[in-house]
Design a protein around this ligand. Structure first.
Ligand SMILES: Nc1ncnc2c1ncn2[C@@H]1O[C@H](COP(=O)(O)OP(=O)(O)O)[C@@H](O)[C@H]1O
Ligand SMILES: [Mg+2]
Length: 418
């Protein structure tokens, strides 16, 4: 295997239980006859000969000697795109590079190894040694100040400026649009999510409370806590794709719901943004299809009941700590106090009536979730009762009375029961 230009790179993977990566294959971005981007991926021979090798994507990139091709997502395979930066990370990289738009390959290559999942990218055939140094939770105040300056567009357009150099401390490879950084402490690795000056309420505390409320409703979620630095709240969410060991961090593979659905953010694949399609794929891929399908059903009810209309496919993921894939813990749960009292839409289809966040609609497709009508009814009732306790939970998490009133309209809105 060789890599000639920056339109090609090597893809590294940290195998289950390991802390260092090996080279899995080679990814090349070119164009087809029509001039559209086309991506090619091929596993390396030595990787295929490795008895411990695991596929990067259990459906699209199965272990084989084939050359895989895709024209979707500007030629970037979903599993690779999931390991690359999103809106927030791209912004950091662009600032650092001093240019507004980089190539898809640049975004992959320029992001550090704190990315979600077990993959890495580079131009050398041998993977670099894992970077052991992460920001410490003690650095949070500095990171918060940097993130704030970037959100306020106060960072100079000069790659040599010290603030621009510091930006990379934020870490750039985790997805999502909200300001964030990666930090470590004795327990492991955390995503730090910051408030924005233009937020209408303390998002960090509210998100922390939603994770707790979801747990109280029997949903599996990432662990979280709030740290207050310089008078500002920061949400720390424990990374479920990393485990701290004496020798370093083990890494789990991760693919987003978007990848599982073979979809992207564009309008063309929007018809595939569907919980019914997601559960069908989940049932094929998961080692515990029945449990995971039921869990996904609980999450749909929860999202509808807290008006989490930002439940798009990148806010769902599958994860493989060892060989087996499972639905990942829930994350990015945000209530939206939408004005309409009788009709709200989730981001994905959830029943016969499309995206309507409504109990009868969600129940209409219960069988796809391997639930009989009574079981599905029972879950809806249980989730409704659980979410009804939202006020006590948000207050117990330190959300102010004013903020609690601002978000009140998000919970158990009348249209859910219409
Ligand atoms: N606890 C976690 N462990 C590992 N990866 C996570 C965790 N939470 C989120 N992620 C990944 O990080 C991305 C960004 O996190 P998210 O909370 O969705 O941020 P945003 O609010 O900016 O969308 C997610 O799309 C997911 O890939
Ligand atoms: Mg998100």
């Amino acid at each position: 295997m060789t890599s000639k230009s920056e339109s090609e790179c090597f893809v590294y993977i940290t195998l289950p239980g390991n802390v260092a990566s090996v080279t899995a294959g080679r990814f090349e971005l070119g164009s087809n006859r029509a001039g559209d981007p086309i991506g090619r991926f091929v596993y390396g021979r030595s990787y295929l000969e490795n008895p411990r090798a695991v596929p990067i994507d259990p459906v699209e990139l199965k272990l084989s000697g084939d050359t895989y091709e895709t024209v979707q997502r500007k030629g970037v395979f979903g599993a690779l795109r999931d390991a690359g930066p999103d809106f927030w990370g791209r912004r950091v990289i662009e600032k650092h590079a001093g240019k507004p738009m980089l190539s898809e390959m640049d975004y992959l290559l320029q992001s550090p190894d704190d990315r979600a999942g077990a993959l890495g990218f580079g131009l050398s055939q041998e993977p670099p040694s894992p970077r052991r140094v992460f920001n410490n939770t003690l650095d949070l105040e500095k990171l918060q100040t940097l993130a704030d300056a970037l959100v306020r567009d106060e960072i100079p357009n000069d790659p040599a400026a010290p603030q621009v150099q510091d930006l990379l401390l934020l870490g750039t490879s985790m997805g999502g649009a909200r300001p964030k950084a990666i930090v470590s402490d004795d327990d492991g690795l955390w995503i730090a999510k910051f408030n924005r000056h233009d937020d209408r309420w303390d998002n960090t505390r509210v998100e922390h409370a939603m994770l707790r409320l979801a747990r109280q409703c029997g949903i599996s979620t990432a662990e979280s806590r709030i740290e207050t630095v310089g008078g500002k709240d920061v949400l720390l969410i424990k990374r479920f794709d990393r485990e701290k060991t004496n020798g370093g961090y083990t890494r789990a593979r991760m693919i987003s719901g978007l990848t599982v659905l073979r979809a992207d953010e564009g309008v063309q694949t929007r018809p595939r943004w569907s919980y019914m399609l997601l559960v069908e794929e989940l049932r094929r891929i998961s080692a515990e299809p029945r449990k995971d399908a039921r869990e996904l059903f609980r999450r749909i009810c929860f999202n509808a009941l807290i008006s989490n209309i930002d439940d798009h496919p990148r806010n769902h993921a599958l994860i493989a700590k060892e060989d087996d894939w499972r639905l990942s813990p829930a994350y990015d749960l945000t209530p939206a106090p939408v004005v309409s009292q009788d009709h709200r839409d989730l981001a994905m289809d959830c029943g016969d009536l499309g995206r309507f966040a409504n109990a009868s609609n969600i129940l209409s497709q219960h069988a796809r979730f391997l639930l009989n009508k009574d079981e599905a009814d029972g879950i809806v009732k249980e989730m409704r009762a659980g979410v009804s306790k939202w006020y006590d939970t948000v207050r117990a998490c330190g959300v102010s009375q004013t903020d609690a009133e601002t978000i009140r309209g998000a919970f158990v809105y009348p249209g859910f029961d219409l």
